[in-house]
Design a protein around this ligand. Sequence first.
Ligand code: SF4
Length: 176
Amino acid sequence: MSSTIKSPWIIHYDASSCNGCDIEVLACLTPQYDVERFGIINTGNPKHADILLVTGSVNERNINVVQQIYEQMLEPKVVIACGICATTGGIFKECYNTLGGIDKAIPVDVYAPGCAVRPEAIIDAVVIGLGILEQKRTALEQGKLVSEKSADCVTAADKIVDGQTVRAAALKITKG
Ligand code: SF4
């Protein structure tokens, strides 16, 4: 087991959360859950992070930020969508500027639904993510890891097609 798995560094980004899920992420750091006792460190630098934890949905204003944070992280890396907004767009799904869940911007490895997502679900998602991180590390060492780019999730603004508005979320293309 690598030191990364024993002590993963996490970066949290609030895409457009109502702050409900963010409070639950913070709860994980409080004495009641205290994830730092497992070696989990919260960092503000994408270049230091192994896991990207995103709350809130993707919209026209933040999609570039989400993609830039993801691209700055080194391989292997794991993305966790925290809460139903990050998973599907949630209650903001039909808003005029909402594109949907985080997977409309970057590849997501683990989904932790809930409104708000419970700290226990976040911790479970991190544990699942650590297993995926280890698999990716092994694949990287063997030269088998295929880097996923944010460009693999192609999202465009709503378009008018034949007089009808086509939601950007429906335009997601994942390259084979
Ligand atoms: S899932 Fe619920 S609590 Fe979390 S950001 Fe969305 S609305 Fe807020």
